[in-house]
Design a protein around this ligand. Structure first.
Ligand code: ZN
Length: 213
């Protein structure tokens, strides 16, 4: 069955209690975060079980931390239904909205041409919107930002580190400054990105590329 609202098309065998209005609401949250004027034509595939998720994501392995995936080149989001989240991962079905918005953020991040290779920002923003904006969680932990490496390679801990970094930036400098920064680094070299980061947020992150490569 396919349900359509505006630019969002959603396919699923079983929509459970997900409404297309709710999906569209999550889309608006992602769009508003980036203050995007343009809409994205998005297709969402709801998966009721592991086999479906594996088939539609094309992932070789589905672990219990896999809840979905954004196929950014096609503007497609493959995601577990709320029930399937609860059956196949340690997360609760209430996490569905946050996870969906997380994946939508990746599509906007790509559309805006922000640097894909900085996964810390990409996953950090997606996780920030998921937990702080959608799930209304507050993060007040002290984090040693100097330990964070902007160019760190993808790993499991990148989500938490990225979230803390984005949380810090938004709390201290506001979201507009974060967006201004992303706009500024669109076509920059790694060295320039690091320099711009320091200029914008006055944090000297751990050596970045120089120490890590
Ligand atoms: Zn992500």
């Amino acid at each position: 069955m396919i349900q359509i609202k505006e630019n969002i098309e959603t396919w699923g065998n079983d929509f459970e209690d997900i409404s297309i209005e709710q999906i569209y609401e999550q889309y608006q949250i992602a769009k508003n975060f980036f203050e995007s004027k343009e809409d994205l034509q998005i297709r969402i595939i709801l998966c009721s079980n592991k086999e479906e998720l594996k088939f539609f994501t094309g992932l070789k392995e589905i672990t219990e931390s896999t809840t979905g995936r954004a196929i950014i080149s096609e503007n497609i989001i493959v995601i577990y239904t709320p029930k399937a989240i609860e059956q196949n991962t340690p997360k609760k079905k209430e996490n569905f909205r946050g996870i969906l918005t997380h994946e939508m953020i990746h599509l906007f991040y790509k559309k805006n041409n922000y640097p894909q290779k900085i996964q810390l920002l990409n996953e950090g923003i997606a996780s920030y919107v998921q937990w702080v904006v959608v799930n209304k969680k507050e993060f007040n932990e002290e984090v040693n930002l100097y330990e964070i490496n902007l160019f760190q390679e993808y790993s499991k801990e990148i989500y938490k580190k990225g979230l803390y970094l984005i949380n810090f930036i938004i709390k201290n400098f506001g979201k507009k400054k974060l967006i201004d920064f992303l706009e500024k680094i669109k076509n920059s070299s790694d060295d320039k990105i690091e320099k711009t980061f320091k200029e914008f947020f006055i944090i000297d992150l751990k050596g970045g590329i120089k120490n890590d490569r």
